[in-house]
Design a protein around this ligand. Structure first.
Ligand SMILES: [Zn+2]
Length: 430
């Protein structure tokens, strides 16, 4: 879906539904606004159930002071107004009280977004605004002060978070990525000390334009296999998002069509609603004209080139596996038979593995050792089909969560080598 084609009323409702559905607000908490080109502000109402919000419920605060709509505007209207007053570039605001960000808010801490590239890229340094009474001009002034200093994401003391962007989608992405960053940090502290990316590493992943030659794609030549794979990939990407395995902007999925062609997710694109025509075809190392593949495209290509049996590759950042990733720890799969049988031994690769020295990546990831944790860069899994790669991603994330959940109750006891040898025999694992 292209949000830029939506009226602010519809965009506000869809975004609020998404925030509510993914448990990032309660029925009563949170408010969103958009400032349009006439300086009219469209804002969510106060006192309306966030779970059943419709476009008719959205309020419009005209630039000349008139108020239009069926309700009253959000009680936090003063701070939305104050932020727009100090930052001409900000045209949309997301405010809510999601759990992990509230944990930071009540601990009086800000997360270090250098934890992973997307968190840093979308939020930069996060500010902390002192407490103010909800709905007051005082609170508006304190938050606006931080935005005036140049911050786009501000944690509010004992309250929640506020993110601003040039569009509502941009503000939402900052908000969603920051909540994910906080969730990962909280989980990571169970394991040890998280590591952060250096300037050099941030730069390495920041190259958004992948230099790659183009070819003229002709959709009338599309084979049944290609159509099938385009639809399969979209379904699994959407499922991955709904299952919390991906966020709006993290993760790359690909599937091999034949010996010289594969399909990969575009960059950048909302993973919540990828359409078959959005996917990028790569043929003989060239990309489909007019589209931009995920930045991990060369890593995907290297894996297909090195291993003819690999049919799908996924790079994703599910919360629990990410906790291992930022602590530079691998996930133990000697936990339950399902984990070992599907995921086998999980390798640990340096942050640079998908960019430099692709030999290390292709030597490590094979159908026999299909999963790797990449330091501060999520996980990578391969499979002979999209379903099989997705299954491994899910099993890996579940294993990571179980190991983390076992920590407070005494830690997990790994299955013995004898059990593993028995599983290898019973399931004919090579
Ligand atoms: Zn609030």
């Amino acid at each position: 879906m292209r949000y830029e084609y939506l009226h602010p009323r519809d965009e506000l409702v869809l975004t609020m539904q998404r925030i509510y559905r993914y448990k990032m607000t309660t029925t009563s908490g949170g408010n969103l606004s958009i400032l349009d080109e006439n300086a009219d502000m469209w804002i969510t109402p106060t006192g309306v159930d966030k779970g059943t919000l419709t476009p008719n419920d959205i309020m419009c605060m005209r630039a000349d002071g008139r108020m239009e709509g069926l309700h009253r505007p959000s009680s936090e209207y003063p701070f939305h107004k104050a932020i727009y007053g100090v930052r001409r570039d900000i045209r949309a605001i997301v405010h809510a009280h999601p759990m992990a960000l509230v944990a930071f808010s009540i601990a009086h801490q800000v997360p270090d977004t250098r934890l992973f590239h997307q968190a840093w890229r979308s939020n930069g340094t996060v500010a902390f605004a002192p407490y103010g009474t909800p709905g007051s001009e005082d609170l508006g002034g304190k938050i606006a002060q931080k935005f005036a200093e140049g911050f786009d994401s501000v944690i509010l003391e004992n309250h929640g978070v506020c993110c601003g962007g040039r569009t509502l989608q941009e503000a939402f992405q900052k908000f969603e990525t920051l909540e994910m960053c906080c969730k990962v940090l909280i989980k990571a502290h169970t394991l040890g000390e998280p590591h952060y990316l250096t300037d050099q590493q941030l730069q390495l992943q920041g190259k958004s334009d992948v230099p790659i030659d183009c070819f003229e794609y002709d959709p009338t030549m599309m084979s049944i296999r290609e159509k099938d794979l385009r639809n399969q990939l979209c379904r699994f990407i959407e499922r991955g998002y709904r299952q919390g395995l991906l966020t709006t902007t993290t993760g790359s999925f690909s599937a091999r069509i034949d010996g010289e062609k594969f399909l990969i997710t575009p960059y950048p694109l909302d993973r919540h609603s990828v359409l078959p025509e959005d996917l990028v075809m790569i043929r003989k190392g060239k990309k489909e004209f007019g589209k931009h593949p995920s930045r991990a495209v060369f890593a995907h290509k290297a894996l297909y080139d090195a291993h003819p049996g690999i049919g799908a590759v996924i790079n994703a950042s599910p919360i629990n596996a990410m906790a291992f990733s930022v602590c530079h720890r691998t996930v133990d799969t000697y936990t339950i038979p399902e984990s070992y049988v599907f995921v086998r031994e999980v390798s640990l690769l340096p942050f640079e593995a998908p960019f430099n020295g692709l030999e290390n990546l292709t030597r490590t990831l094979t159908l026999q050792s299909p999963a790797a944790v990449l330091c501060n860069n999520g996980v990578m899994v391969v499979g002979d089909t999209v379903l099989s790669a997705f299954d491994k991603l899910e099993v890996l994330e579940h294993s990571a969560e179980a190991v983390l959940d076992a920590h407070p109750i005494g830690g997990h006891v790994a299955m013995s080598q004898e059990i593993i040898d028995d599983l290898i025999r019973a399931f004919h694992l090579a």
